[in-house]
Write a protein that binds this ligand. Structure first.
Ligand code: PMT
Length: 407
């Protein structure tokens, strides 16, 4: 099950060279369980034929308001009413102009007027067009009416020139759609500071001490917070995970760099969550040159890294502070000790000795221990669901206003 399972989506496609990317978007929407009806403009069909969309969606492709085969004139009202969201990708400057001015001269623009469902526009055009005041005004008008309009990507354009105008990647469009469909915006107004991933402590210019954190838990927390309406800063150690669009992303390497980034953003945050696996030790001296490969035995002298979570909890003002405890035995007792020693509001304990959860897994199984004595054990679930459960717990603890949570 995904958030799109069972959702009815209208995918509008307009006449841009980027129309071929709508095919990939359609494939991903259906893969995630959405029922998709493709509505194209006449010009779009010059770039991608309706057979492609029909085959992938399993439904007729709509384009002509007066097509007797589809009885489309009636259908547009029903479609507009029953869809959960309408996505136009790519949206040309022409389509944006018509939508902004209420022109309804084909199936897609008529649907845009008729629907009361959320609308996501994904523009693609040449950079000069995107920068034109007419286009900027139309985009501003649409946004002021609550239409979500993504900014195009920067890169090489069909004209051969480089600039802003490329259709954003499919996963960026999907993420924007997920956010549009998220009914709950219960973190609106919150600014969430999240750490994720491992740290790296250099031994020499090519070697380091690190751990197995993939950064997945941090990204899941950032995604969940964004979907629920928060502003997000994600401070992450080196990871191959793409940071979610919409988050301020601060890449770091060492524990000291992570500490500096966290302290820099701390004052603005209302919630701080430390899911990063921070190295507890670093080599006391990092060699400035590559150490010889074969030198017999090697003894490293290690020095402790700063305990960022403890420092944050000690410095905190109004913020709600959450730590993660990675344990391999006696999980609850050790996590409770860490929660008390580091004086955090909520400790999320995970058993990192178990296969399929914890480090570098898609799922996690956690126990939530709060500083008012509460303990909730959650089942194994995808990290995004764990992230949502953590935010649910933060919100319910804050709403209960236990003594000394200022807010
Ligand atoms: O990244 P993934 O592959 O998705 O894996 C997720 C995870 C297993 C890394 C995550 O769920 C997790 O458990 N993160 C905490 C890892 C850890 O460092 O745990 P700890 O018990 O050693 O530290 C306790 C807390 O203190 C953590 O919030 C940690 O960020 C913080 N800490 C630790 C040491 C230090 N020097 N500074 C810190 O701030």
């Amino acid at each position: 099950m995904t958030q799109l399972t069972g959702k009815e989506i209208i995918l509008g496609v307009t006449g841009s060279i980027a129309a071929y990317k709508a095919v990939y978007l359609l494939r991903e929407l259906t893969r995630q369980g959405a029922g998709v009806t493709v509505v194209t403009t006449q010009h779009a069909q010059k770039f991608v034929g309706p057979l492609t969309f029909r085959t992938l969606s399993g439904r007729p492709v709509l384009a002509d308001l007066f097509d007797p085969a589809t009885d489309a004139a009636v259908e547009h009202v029903e479609l507009a009413q029953k869809c959960h969201a309408l996505v136009v990708a790519p949206a040309t400057a022409n389509l944006l102009a018509k939508a902004a001015h209420g022109i309804a001269d084909d199936f897609l623009t008529t649907l845009l007027l008729a629907t009361r469902s959320p609308v996501l526009m994904v523009p693609a055009m040449d950079a000069g067009m995107w920068d034109h005041p007419a286009v900027r005004d139309n985009v501003a008008t649409l946004r002021s009416r609550g239409v979500a309009v993504l900014d195009p990507d920067v890169g090489k354009l069909a004209s051969g020139r480089a600039g802003t105008g490329r259709l954003p990647e499919v996963d960026v469009i999907l993420e924007a759609l997920h956010r549009l469909l998220s009914p709950v915006k219960d973190l609106a107004g919150d600014r969430v500071l999240i750490t994720g991933g491992p740290t790296r402590e250099p031994l020499d210019p090519v070697r380091f001490l690190s751990n197995r954190s993939s950064g997945k838990m941090g990204v899941a927390l950032a995604l969940a917070a964004l979907r629920r309406g928060a502003e997000v800063v994600l401070v992450s150690g080196p990871t191959s995970q793409a940071p979610p669009s919409g988050a301020v992303f601060v890449p770091v390497e060492t524990a000291e760099e992570m500490r500096e980034a966290v302290l820099q953003h701390l004052a603005q945050a209302t919630i701080v969550i430390k899911a990063a696996a921070v190295g507890d030790y670093r080599p006391r001296e990092a060699s400035p040159v590559k150490m010889p490969s074969k030198q017999g035995g090697l003894t490293l002298e290690l020095a402790p890294t700063p305990d960022i979570l403890k420092e944050v909890a000690a410095r905190k003002g109004d913020q709600f502070i959450v730590g993660f405890a990675a344990e391999t035995q006696d999980v609850r007792r050790r996590a409770r000790e860490k929660q008390e020693a580091k004086r955090v509001d909520l400790m999320v304990a995970n058993d990192v000795s178990q296969a399929g959860i914890g480090f570098d897994a898609d799922d996690n199984q956690v126990t939530l221990l709060d500083r008012w004595g509460g303990l909730i054990e959650l089942p194994k679930m995808p990290k995004l669901d764990v992230a949502n459960a953590v935010f649910d717990r933060i919100l319910s603890l804050r709403a209960a206003k236990p003594a000394h949570i200022p807010r």
